[in-house]
Design a protein around this ligand. Structure first.
Ligand SMILES: NC(=O)c1ccc[n+]([C@@H]2O[C@H](COP(=O)([O-])OP(=O)(O)OC[C@H]3O[C@@H](n4cnc5c(N)ncnc54)[C@H](OP(=O)(O)O)[C@@H]3O)[C@@H](O)[C@H]2O)c1
Length: 252
């Protein structure tokens, strides 16, 4: 029996669905909307026509004025709050960091706790959203020793930098052990246009390369990305879902 006449429309229908998914306007929740990278991710999503729910512990910090932007109060470490905020969304971006006052255990850093919250809140949720967390560059290295030796700032155990750095590894480990649809977008060490004090330059190249295994290096040996291209990559991934249940990094 010739199946071609039956298969062709099915294939076209499938491709049509995939394209529709990529172009659909989504509802995207952004934790860290008041932060540097999260703020740019909000702008990128709005620019592309998505509806954005920006989350902050103090939503009066969210000053974006756009018809598709909704500020919301929420805490990424609180499972009940996370469930309420993210139910019905298509995607969730987690771009947060922090350590509790005087507690420098990596597993208690905000970004590590956030991964645990997402894993627990979303595992049984119907139509659960896809979660993308912004990670830390040193997690591309194979061991904690390598991470500490190559950190861009001095790091010793029991300190806040240690919790910040290793907290990203705890977050990644948590996702890898989870049963939800996640990805971690790990920036390279050099994020151009970003400093600890905020965003200084929003220029972009409009292109980047990806890797799931090692840093992306350009012809001159640079491992870098403009922060605006990092924000674009986050929204590209929510639209295209190329790295579900994997971590990826980007560079030129
Ligand atoms: N090269 C690299 O690997 C690299 C470089 C830079 C940054 N990063 C990572 O990228 C991420 C974002 O960095 P950034 O510099 O943009 O951060 P940031 O400007 O310091 O912002 C941090 C955000 O975290 C949010 N936050 C903290 N605790 C929260 C909680 N309990 N619930 C909800 N939100 C909470 C804050 O929101 P509210 O205070 O409004 O609640 C704030 O918007 C971090 O994970 C950082 O480590 C990686």
């Amino acid at each position: 029996m010739n199946l071609r006449p039956f298969l062709a429309p099915l294939i076209v229908a499938f491709l049509g669905c995939a394209a529709a998914h990529a172009q659909d306007n989504q509802t995207i929740v952004v934790y860290g909307a008041s932060g540097s990278i999260g703020g740019l991710i909000v702008d990128e999503a709005l620019e592309r026509g998505h509806a954005v729910i920006g989350v902050s512990r103090s939503p009066d910090r969210l000053t974006v004025e756009h018809a598709n932007f909704t500020p919301m109060q929420g805490d990424v470490t609180d499972i009940e709050s996370f469930t309420a905020v993210t139910s019905g969304a298509d995607g969730v971006v987690i771009s947060v960091q922090g350590t509790p006052e005087g507690d420098f255990a990596p597993e208690n850093s905000t970004h590590a706790l956030a991964a645990g919250t997402a894993a627990e809140a979303l595992v049984g949720m119907e139509n659960a959203p896809y979660v993308l967390q912004i990670g830390g560059a040193t997690t591309m290295l194979p061991t904690v020793e390598d991470m500490l030796a190559n950190a861009p700032f001095p790091v010793s155990e029991g300190t806040e930098p240690y919790a910040m750095l290793i907290g990203h590894k705890v977050a990644l480990d948590t996702y890898q052990a989870s049963d939800i649809d996640w990805t971690v977008l790990t920036p390279p060490f050099n994020i151009m246009g970003w400093t600890f004090n905020g965003i200084t330059d929003t220029q972009r190249r409009g292109e980047y390369r990806t890797s799931t295994t090692g840093f992306v290096t350009d012809a001159e040996g640079n491992m870098s990305i403009y922060v605006a291209d990092l924000a674009a990559a986050a929204i590209d991934e929510l639209e295209n879902r190329a790295f579900v249940r994997q971590r990826f990094t980007i560079g030129y």
